[in-house]
Design a protein around this ligand. Sequence first.
Ligand SMILES: Cc1ncc(COP(=O)(O)O)c(C=O)c1O
Length: 402
Amino acid sequence: MQNSIPYGRQNITEEDIQEVVKALRSDFLTQGPKIAEFEVAFASYVGANYAVAVANGTAALHLCCMALNVAPGQKVITTPITFVASANCVKYCGGDVAFADIDPETYLIDIANVEALLNASPNGTFAGIIPVDFAGRAVNLEALRNLANAHGLWIIEDACHAPGGFFTDSKGVPQNCGNGNFADLAIFSFHPVKHIASGEGGMITTNDEALYKRLLTLRTHGITKNASDFQNDLALAIDPTSSLIPHPSTFPGWYMEMQELGYNYRLTDFQAALGLSQLQRANAGIAKRREIAAKYFEAFKGQKGIRGQSGIVAGHAYHLYVIEVENRLGLYNHLREHHIYAQIHYFPVHLMPYYQQQGFAPSDYPLAEKYYAHCISLPMYPTLTEDEQDLVIEKVTAFLHG
Ligand SMILES: Cc1ncc(COP(=O)(O)O)c(C=O)c1O
């Protein structure tokens, strides 16, 4: 029987396994040296100054919203075509989510719609924007930054789909997703279907030192062990029942302070070892994804029944390869009959029952809804073989012309 072909799949090599085994045999299971190594290597990969490894991409989004002080009464704009986490992080902090409809060509949040939303509301209505590099296509953050500056907004780039992706700025310079040149913070996920897998896992990147330092404490309960940051005085830290300070007059080694409410959102050392090992193959993985995309593009270009597709786009990281077809449900079922497990990304967030309870309704974002009605993500991962991709193309074509 033909092997099943999923839409995405992790690739774990013998080297990856050996790196995890080494970490397991070391003295550290959680927060050991692999965390810092992974952070430094990842920051350098995307071209940012700082990186903070966390438990998953959702935790990364939550911590970013906390670090930017999202609070009740604040509104944050994101896209309806994303995984729910891009919106939920605002709700975790008590803020409210607003959506701006997508550009039907790129499937990304349409900056013109963001601008219209900002212009239609009194100044100060919105605190920030969470654009998503959906499917691996990078948002033009230069344009979004200009808009954000004009309205005093911060930007969290949800780059879960796009490590290794880039957009080209107005000077012709490639700007890597997550490099921190335009967004205040960027986040990534290392879920198995993503470019780099660590089981669960996530990363925040930034060029802002103050945000970086705050994120380090927020990911571990808001606790700091850094004596120069301590708020309590030495006498209280040593013995709260006495005001005498013994000699030597330094904070004792055990002392630490929780200065604000944080979480345990730490990554483990053996997950970092896996992520670090996977990172070595990240560029090769993207090169393969681009080859696969080019082959899909050529196969479907001009085909009757294909309403749109991801296409060939410079800097696209191709986490997903999306095509839009008239009879999406029919194609989905037809592919399943042939053990090809295409997937749908995404059911619009504003139509999730939870968000309808917040006041959103069908036809609020017609372009996102139209896109959803026709989109389907075809198998896309570096170990997809030529024969497997040929089979996918054959079955899609047969369905469209059958
Ligand atoms: C766009 C986007 N944002 C956020 C997340 C959340 O990442 P995680 O699953 O690691 O929590 C995902 C992962 O599915 C995602 O695709």
